[in-house]
Ligand binder design. Structure first.
Ligand SMILES: Nc1ncnc2c1ncn2[C@@H]1O[C@H](COP(=O)(O)OP(=O)(O)OP(=O)(O)O)[C@@H](O)[C@H]1O
Ligand SMILES: [Mg+2]
Length: 251
Protein backbone atom coordinates (compact mmCIF):
# COMPACT_ATOMS: atom_id res chain seq x y z
CA UNK A 1 0.00 0.00 0.00
CA UNK A 2 1.28 3.46 -0.78
CA UNK A 3 1.93 6.06 1.91
CA UNK A 4 -0.59 8.77 2.77
CA UNK A 5 1.68 11.47 1.36
CA UNK A 6 4.27 10.67 -1.28
CA UNK A 7 6.87 13.21 -2.28
CA UNK A 8 8.76 12.06 -5.34
CA UNK A 9 11.82 13.78 -6.77
CA UNK A 10 10.39 17.16 -5.89
CA UNK A 11 12.35 20.29 -6.70
CA UNK A 12 11.64 23.99 -6.42
CA UNK A 13 13.91 26.53 -8.03
CA UNK A 14 13.92 30.25 -7.25
CA UNK A 15 16.01 31.80 -10.02
CA UNK A 16 19.40 30.16 -9.65
CA UNK A 17 18.66 28.73 -6.21
CA UNK A 18 17.45 25.16 -5.72
CA UNK A 19 15.42 25.71 -2.55
CA UNK A 20 14.24 22.08 -2.65
CA UNK A 21 16.38 19.70 -4.62
CA UNK A 22 15.09 16.31 -5.82
CA UNK A 23 13.53 15.38 -2.50
CA UNK A 24 11.84 12.02 -2.16
CA UNK A 25 10.14 11.03 1.06
CA UNK A 26 6.74 10.08 2.41
CA UNK A 27 4.45 10.32 5.39
CA UNK A 28 2.58 7.19 6.39
CA UNK A 29 -0.99 7.20 7.65
CA UNK A 30 -0.91 7.98 11.37
CA UNK A 31 2.78 8.91 11.47
CA UNK A 32 4.36 11.84 13.30
CA UNK A 33 7.24 12.97 11.10
CA UNK A 34 9.72 15.75 11.83
CA UNK A 35 11.33 17.87 9.13
CA UNK A 36 14.49 19.60 10.28
CA UNK A 37 17.48 21.37 8.81
CA UNK A 38 19.48 24.58 9.21
CA UNK A 39 17.99 27.97 8.29
CA UNK A 40 17.30 28.19 4.59
CA UNK A 41 17.38 24.40 4.16
CA UNK A 42 14.06 24.42 2.29
CA UNK A 43 11.68 23.22 5.02
CA UNK A 44 9.05 25.93 4.63
CA UNK A 45 9.36 25.71 0.86
CA UNK A 46 8.65 21.97 1.03
CA UNK A 47 5.57 22.68 3.18
CA UNK A 48 4.49 25.31 0.65
CA UNK A 49 4.87 22.74 -2.12
CA UNK A 50 2.79 20.17 -0.23
CA UNK A 51 0.03 22.66 0.60
CA UNK A 52 0.00 24.20 -2.88
CA UNK A 53 1.13 27.69 -1.88
CA UNK A 54 4.14 27.32 -4.14
CA UNK A 55 4.10 25.26 -7.36
CA UNK A 56 6.74 22.55 -7.77
CA UNK A 57 9.39 23.10 -10.45
CA UNK A 58 9.53 19.35 -11.02
CA UNK A 59 8.56 16.11 -9.39
CA UNK A 60 5.29 14.89 -8.02
CA UNK A 61 3.39 15.00 -4.74
CA UNK A 62 0.58 12.51 -4.16
CA UNK A 63 -1.92 12.39 -1.33
CA UNK A 64 -3.71 9.10 -0.86
CA UNK A 65 -2.68 8.12 -4.36
CA UNK A 66 -3.95 11.29 -6.02
CA UNK A 67 -1.59 13.81 -7.54
CA UNK A 68 -1.90 17.11 -5.68
CA UNK A 69 1.04 19.02 -7.09
CA UNK A 70 -0.63 21.59 -9.36
CA UNK A 71 -3.81 21.90 -7.29
CA UNK A 72 -4.76 25.16 -5.58
CA UNK A 73 -4.23 25.46 -1.81
CA UNK A 74 -8.00 25.40 -1.20
CA UNK A 75 -8.38 22.17 -3.18
CA UNK A 76 -5.54 20.56 -1.24
CA UNK A 77 -7.09 21.71 2.03
CA UNK A 78 -10.38 20.13 0.98
CA UNK A 79 -8.65 16.82 0.50
CA UNK A 80 -7.62 16.89 4.16
CA UNK A 81 -4.27 18.64 4.47
CA UNK A 82 -4.14 21.66 6.81
CA UNK A 83 -1.15 23.73 7.77
CA UNK A 84 0.02 26.47 10.05
CA UNK A 85 2.43 29.21 9.07
CA UNK A 86 5.88 30.02 10.41
CA UNK A 87 4.86 33.66 10.59
CA UNK A 88 1.56 33.76 12.39
CA UNK A 89 -1.38 34.60 10.18
CA UNK A 90 -3.78 35.56 12.89
CA UNK A 91 -6.13 38.46 12.11
CA UNK A 92 -5.59 40.72 15.14
CA UNK A 93 -8.80 42.73 14.78
CA UNK A 94 -11.05 39.71 14.51
CA UNK A 95 -12.26 37.73 17.48
CA UNK A 96 -10.65 34.45 18.38
CA UNK A 97 -13.81 32.65 17.25
CA UNK A 98 -13.90 34.42 13.88
CA UNK A 99 -10.24 33.66 13.29
CA UNK A 100 -11.00 29.98 13.73
CA UNK A 101 -14.18 30.00 11.68
CA UNK A 102 -12.12 31.19 8.71
CA UNK A 103 -10.63 27.70 8.82
CA UNK A 104 -14.01 26.00 9.13
CA UNK A 105 -15.42 28.04 6.25
CA UNK A 106 -12.45 26.99 4.15
CA UNK A 107 -13.21 23.36 4.86
CA UNK A 108 -16.88 23.62 4.12
CA UNK A 109 -16.21 25.66 0.99
CA UNK A 110 -18.74 28.40 1.34
CA UNK A 111 -18.70 31.91 2.76
CA UNK A 112 -20.54 32.34 6.05
CA UNK A 113 -23.02 34.76 4.47
CA UNK A 114 -23.78 32.36 1.62
CA UNK A 115 -24.18 29.62 4.16
CA UNK A 116 -26.71 31.62 6.13
CA UNK A 117 -28.60 32.73 3.02
CA UNK A 118 -28.76 29.22 1.68
CA UNK A 119 -30.59 28.25 4.83
CA UNK A 120 -28.54 25.09 4.96
CA UNK A 121 -27.03 23.54 8.01
CA UNK A 122 -23.67 24.86 6.94
CA UNK A 123 -23.59 27.87 9.22
CA UNK A 124 -24.19 25.43 12.04
CA UNK A 125 -21.39 23.19 10.77
CA UNK A 126 -19.02 26.14 10.70
CA UNK A 127 -19.96 27.11 14.21
CA UNK A 128 -19.69 23.56 15.52
CA UNK A 129 -16.33 22.94 13.93
CA UNK A 130 -15.01 26.22 15.26
CA UNK A 131 -16.12 25.52 18.82
CA UNK A 132 -14.71 22.03 18.62
CA UNK A 133 -11.33 23.34 17.46
CA UNK A 134 -11.30 26.05 20.14
CA UNK A 135 -12.08 23.48 22.76
CA UNK A 136 -9.25 21.25 21.57
CA UNK A 137 -6.70 24.02 22.01
CA UNK A 138 -8.26 25.34 25.22
CA UNK A 139 -9.40 28.73 23.95
CA UNK A 140 -13.17 28.58 24.42
CA UNK A 141 -13.13 31.16 27.18
CA UNK A 142 -11.32 33.65 24.97
CA UNK A 143 -13.62 33.04 21.98
CA UNK A 144 -15.04 36.55 21.96
CA UNK A 145 -11.83 38.41 22.62
CA UNK A 146 -9.91 40.11 19.87
CA UNK A 147 -7.04 37.94 18.73
CA UNK A 148 -4.74 40.93 19.30
CA UNK A 149 -5.38 40.59 23.03
CA UNK A 150 -4.08 37.03 23.23
CA UNK A 151 -0.61 36.36 24.56
CA UNK A 152 1.84 35.18 21.89
CA UNK A 153 1.75 31.57 23.08
CA UNK A 154 -2.05 31.52 22.86
CA UNK A 155 -1.96 33.00 19.38
CA UNK A 156 0.10 30.02 18.30
CA UNK A 157 -2.69 27.73 19.52
CA UNK A 158 -5.20 29.90 17.71
CA UNK A 159 -3.30 29.31 14.50
CA UNK A 160 -3.40 25.56 15.19
CA UNK A 161 -7.13 25.76 16.00
CA UNK A 162 -7.80 27.34 12.63
CA UNK A 163 -6.03 24.45 10.92
CA UNK A 164 -7.92 21.93 13.07
CA UNK A 165 -11.26 23.53 12.17
CA UNK A 166 -10.69 22.21 8.66
CA UNK A 167 -10.82 18.69 10.13
CA UNK A 168 -7.61 17.60 8.49
CA UNK A 169 -6.26 14.08 8.26
CA UNK A 170 -2.75 15.45 7.80
CA UNK A 171 -1.67 18.46 9.82
CA UNK A 172 1.54 20.25 8.90
CA UNK A 173 3.03 22.58 11.49
CA UNK A 174 5.77 25.09 10.63
CA UNK A 175 7.77 25.90 13.77
CA UNK A 176 4.93 25.79 16.29
CA UNK A 177 7.36 26.14 19.20
CA UNK A 178 9.21 29.20 17.87
CA UNK A 179 9.09 31.98 20.45
CA UNK A 180 7.70 29.74 23.21
CA UNK A 181 9.48 29.32 26.53
CA UNK A 182 10.50 25.92 27.89
CA UNK A 183 7.30 25.17 29.78
CA UNK A 184 5.13 26.33 26.88
CA UNK A 185 7.19 24.11 24.56
CA UNK A 186 6.72 21.12 26.86
CA UNK A 187 2.98 21.78 26.90
CA UNK A 188 2.94 22.03 23.12
CA UNK A 189 4.78 18.71 22.87
CA UNK A 190 2.05 17.09 24.95
CA UNK A 191 -0.61 18.72 22.82
CA UNK A 192 0.90 17.47 19.56
CA UNK A 193 1.29 13.99 21.08
CA UNK A 194 -2.38 14.02 22.03
CA UNK A 195 -3.49 15.05 18.54
CA UNK A 196 -1.34 12.29 17.14
CA UNK A 197 -2.67 9.69 19.57
CA UNK A 198 -6.19 10.65 18.50
CA UNK A 199 -5.32 9.57 14.97
CA UNK A 200 -4.08 12.72 13.29
CA UNK A 201 -1.09 12.36 10.98
CA UNK A 202 1.40 15.14 11.68
CA UNK A 203 4.36 16.62 9.84
CA UNK A 204 6.35 19.05 11.93
CA UNK A 205 9.05 21.58 11.09
CA UNK A 206 10.84 22.60 14.24
CA UNK A 207 14.16 24.02 15.34
CA UNK A 208 13.69 22.87 18.91
CA UNK A 209 15.67 19.64 18.72
CA UNK A 210 14.46 18.40 22.10
CA UNK A 211 10.86 18.65 20.94
CA UNK A 212 11.52 16.97 17.60
CA UNK A 213 13.62 14.18 19.03
CA UNK A 214 11.15 13.46 21.81
CA UNK A 215 7.92 13.30 19.84
CA UNK A 216 8.72 12.34 16.24
CA UNK A 217 8.75 8.75 15.05
CA UNK A 218 10.85 9.59 12.01
CA UNK A 219 12.88 12.63 11.05
CA UNK A 220 13.65 13.91 7.57
CA UNK A 221 16.66 16.21 7.41
CA UNK A 222 17.19 18.79 4.69
CA UNK A 223 20.36 20.79 4.07
CA UNK A 224 20.65 23.29 1.22
CA UNK A 225 17.50 21.86 -0.34
CA UNK A 226 18.63 18.24 -0.39
CA UNK A 227 17.57 15.38 1.85
CA UNK A 228 20.53 14.18 3.90
CA UNK A 229 18.78 11.83 6.33
CA UNK A 230 15.42 10.11 6.78
CA UNK A 231 15.32 7.82 9.79
CA UNK A 232 14.25 7.40 13.38
CA UNK A 233 15.53 10.04 15.84
CA UNK A 234 18.24 7.87 17.37
CA UNK A 235 19.73 7.20 13.94
CA UNK A 236 19.43 10.79 12.69
CA UNK A 237 21.21 12.02 15.80
CA UNK A 238 24.26 10.01 14.84
CA UNK A 239 24.28 10.60 11.11
CA UNK A 240 27.59 12.32 10.21
CA UNK A 241 26.01 14.46 7.46
CA UNK A 242 23.46 15.79 9.95
CA UNK A 243 26.09 16.69 12.54
CA UNK A 244 28.09 18.38 9.83
CA UNK A 245 25.10 20.36 8.55
CA UNK A 246 24.26 21.58 12.04
CA UNK A 247 27.67 22.05 13.52
CA UNK A 248 29.67 22.79 10.41
CA UNK A 249 32.20 20.15 11.39
CA UNK A 250 33.35 16.99 9.70
CA UNK A 251 31.97 14.30 11.94
N1 LIG B 1 9.62 33.08 -2.65
C1 LIG B 1 10.93 32.95 -2.65
N2 LIG B 1 11.69 33.58 -3.57
C2 LIG B 1 13.04 33.42 -3.59
N3 LIG B 1 13.73 32.65 -2.73
C3 LIG B 1 13.02 32.02 -1.80
C4 LIG B 1 11.60 32.12 -1.69
N4 LIG B 1 11.18 31.37 -0.65
C5 LIG B 1 12.27 30.82 -0.12
N5 LIG B 1 13.39 31.21 -0.80
C6 LIG B 1 14.76 30.78 -0.52
O1 LIG B 1 14.77 29.36 -0.51
C7 LIG B 1 15.63 28.87 0.51
C8 LIG B 1 14.85 27.97 1.43
O2 LIG B 1 13.96 28.78 2.21
P1 LIG B 1 12.95 28.17 3.26
O3 LIG B 1 12.15 29.29 3.77
O4 LIG B 1 12.24 27.03 2.64
O5 LIG B 1 13.95 27.64 4.37
P2 LIG B 1 13.63 27.03 5.81
O6 LIG B 1 14.32 25.71 5.86
O7 LIG B 1 12.19 27.07 6.08
O8 LIG B 1 14.42 28.05 6.75
P3 LIG B 1 14.05 28.60 8.22
O9 LIG B 1 14.51 27.54 9.17
O10 LIG B 1 14.88 29.83 8.34
O11 LIG B 1 12.59 28.86 8.28
C9 LIG B 1 16.23 30.09 1.19
O12 LIG B 1 17.48 30.35 0.62
C10 LIG B 1 15.25 31.19 0.87
O13 LIG B 1 15.87 32.44 0.83
MG1 LIG C 1 11.03 28.02 7.45
Amino acid sequence: MSAMLEIENVSRRFGGLMAVNEVTTHVGEGELVGLIGPNGAGKTTLFNLISGFTPVSSGEIRYRGKQISGLKPSAIAHLGISRTFQNLRVFPNMTVFDNVSVGAVGAIGQGPLQAILSGSSRAKDISERSWEALEKVGLTEQANELAANLAYGKRKYLEIARALAMKPDLLILDEPAAGLNDSETAELADFIRTLHSEGLTVMLVEHDMGLVMSICERIVVLASGSKIADAEPAVVRQTPEVLEAYLGVDA
